[in-house]
Design a protein around this ligand. Structure first.
Ligand code: S3P
Length: 186
């Protein structure tokens, strides 16, 4: 049974947490559509994330992000949504996600995330500096936002994307089990 009020599943977390790859795996397993918010932003603006930042600044990017998020959450079918690491910065996005989606925080240490993102190419906030230092700063700033938004927190440092996806799917199945079934939500 899919919850009518919060039909979507949203993955949040910092850059390099695995939101895109895990989201694709979860969507495949749940036979849901996968929406990668950064890809939607690129399609909606007709520009790469780097060009949006360069031409419109971070505020312009956040405007585009908010608008694409709103469209994704308006989809009638329940989707798996991979968000960008800064999506919770705007209160409106926090409210929209809380109202329309179950939220899973894929948590990774800055060191793990840095190893995954390499030199940060394609991620404007990581370019021109030391990725691990930026990731540490963003992690400190944003962890309280992820924590407050999350219905489930999963540490991903020692797990493969397949293992993380398994955990997300198992949790989702518990929470969407029909009322009266023995699979009580934890
Ligand atoms: C951002 C994360 C990126 C992308 C943009 C800004 C952030 O997404 O939305 O570069 O503010 O952390 P990923 O988390 O998928 O890398």
């Amino acid at each position: 049974m899919i919850r009518q009020d919060r039909p979507h599943l949203a993955l949040v977390g910092g850059m390099g947490a695995g939101k895109t790859v895990v989201g694709a795996l979860v969507a495949e397993r749940c036979r849901r559509r996968h929406v990668d918010l950064d890809r939607w932003i690129q399609a909606d603006t007709g520009r790469s994330i780097g060009v949006v930042f360069a031409e419109s600044g971070e505020d312009g990017f956040r405007d585009a992000e908010q608008s694409s998020l709103g469209r994704a959450l308006d989809l009638a079918e329940p989707v798996v949504l991979s968000t960008g690491g800064g999506v919770l910065r705007r209160p409106a996005n926090r409210e929209a996600l809380a109202a329309r989606a179950r939220v899973v925080w894929l948590r990774a240490t800055p060191e793990t995330a840095a190893a995954r993102v390499g030199d940060g190419t394609g991620r404007p906030l990581l370019e021109g500096g030391s990725p691990v230092e930026v990731l540490r700063r963003l992690n400190a700033e944003r962890s309280p936002l992820y924590e407050a938004a999350a219905d489930l927190v999963l540490d991903t440092d020692d797990d493969t994307p397949d293992q993380v996806a398994d955990e997300v799917v198992a949790w989702l199945e518990r929470h969407e089990a029909p009322a009266g079934s023995s699979a009580a939500p934890s």
